[in-house]
Ligand binder design. Structure first.
Ligand SMILES: CC1(C)c2ccccc2-c2ccc(C[C@@H](CC(=O)O)C(=O)C(=O)O)cc21
Ligand SMILES: [Zn+2]
Length: 333
């Protein structure tokens, strides 16, 4: 019988089932030189960095409740287990013709941390699920500020310098219920994803999988999200999705996952394993050096700009698709 320390804290019964198989994301000690070779074009899990050790040593829900301070926190509520990001600025604006109704899949409320924790403790099947997001630069309590100051800034500042990233734009704290899923999307910033408490499964796809991931149009409220539901993929609408090549890992307290800019990521808090606490470090991209052949994420950026420009001149988003089809079908094969 394995001892408590050797017994794995989770098994496949805690993971949701998907139709794809994934390779493993490499795990490396923080001082392994291969870490820097992988960073900036591949995800990697970095162990033993002590990046947020001041948090992993002490943070749990009680600590957060006691020390989060008096500010209210942003809490997202969803009627199912998916927390699908949407840009509310893209709902009303002219880019959304009257006819196409968008029903937000989740709602945002400001809540005191005590109320959030109470709802978490009293949650039962059928209730809306909760996901709390709080900027660590807001007026959080002095203990949390103290822990934040105690992060391993020497290590992560050196990473930022080595890889010529832009400035640190935000440190966000996420407290999620078990079983919550953040569906597949990409961000336009570099991300050090530090797991503080509990276990999260991360499934990542490279930007070169663009043709398999079917992102929403740039003007859609779900811009940057994949249209494919990983749990129930529509192989008729999205035939290339079955060829998508992804990598995955389950990360726990002390692990830091590097999510490269423009990489697709689906993140789930393991089922029946309790709440999770994560801190992410988002950095602006470094300077763009144009070298040929262009990198895949640069082509994603070019396609985004073409969609934005076309919408600007066409005004009606329903004209963007037909114009692009007329432009390419039968002409570039
Ligand atoms: C779901 C939620 C709370 C949300 C609601 C509405 C608008 C934005 C967001 C948002 C943004 C980032 C995360 C953290 C993480 C995913 C994860 O860990 O679940 C991730 O994607 C990243 O670190 O890049 C989570 C959220
Ligand atoms: Zn993200």
């Amino acid at each position: 019988m394995a001892s408590a320390s050797e017994r794995k804290p989770w098994d496949s019964s805690n993971l949701r089932k998907y139709c794809l198989n994934f390779e493993e994301i490499p795990r490396l000690p923080f001082d392994d030189p291969r870490v820097d070779e992988l960073i900036s074009s591949n995800p990697v899990i970095i162990e033993g960095s002590n990046l947020v050790k001041s948090a992993t040593d002490k943070w749990n829900l009680e600590y957060i409740e006691r020390h989060m301070g008096v500010t209210t926190n942003t809490v997202y509520l969803s009627r199912n287990h998916k927390f699908k990001y949407f840009d509310d600025k893209k709902i009303q604006s002219r880019t959304n013709p009257r006819g196409v109704e968008f029903s937000p899949p989740m709602r945002k409320v400001e809540m005191k941390v005590e109320e959030f924790m109470k709802k978490l403790r009293e949650w039962k099947r059928g209730d809306e699920r909760l996901y709390m997001q709080q900027s660590l630069t807001a007026a959080v309590g002095p203990n949390i500020v103290q822990d934040f100051v105690g992060f391993n800034w020497k290590w992560i500042n050196a990473k930022q310098k080595t890889h010529c990233w832009g400035k640190l734009t935000s440190n966000l704290l996420y407290v999620s219920m078990e079983g919550n899923v953040t569906p597949c999307h990409y961000d336009e910033q570099e991300n050090f994803f530090a797991q503080v408490y509990g276990y999260k499964r991360c499934i990542l796809f490279s930007p070169d999988q663009f043709q398999c991931m079917y992102p929403y149009p740039v003007h859609h409220p779900h811009d940057r999200q994949s249209m494919v539901d990983l749990e129930r993929p529509d192989h008729t609408r999205f035939p290339r999705f079955k060829d998508a090549k992804g990598v995955e890992a389950v990360i726990g307290p002390g692990d830091v996952l590097y999510i490269p800019i423009y990489w697709w990521h689906h993140i789930e808090s393991l089922m029946r394993l309790g709440p999770t606490i994560t801190i992410n470090f988002w950095y602006k991209a470094g300077p763009t050096t144009i070298e040929y052949p262009l990198k895949d994420h640069q082509k994603v950026s070019i396609m985004r700009n073409i969609e934005k420009m076309l919408l600007e001149v066409l005004q009606d988003p329903r004209e963007v698709g037909p114009l692009l089809r007329n432009m390419v079908l039968g002409r570039f094969d």
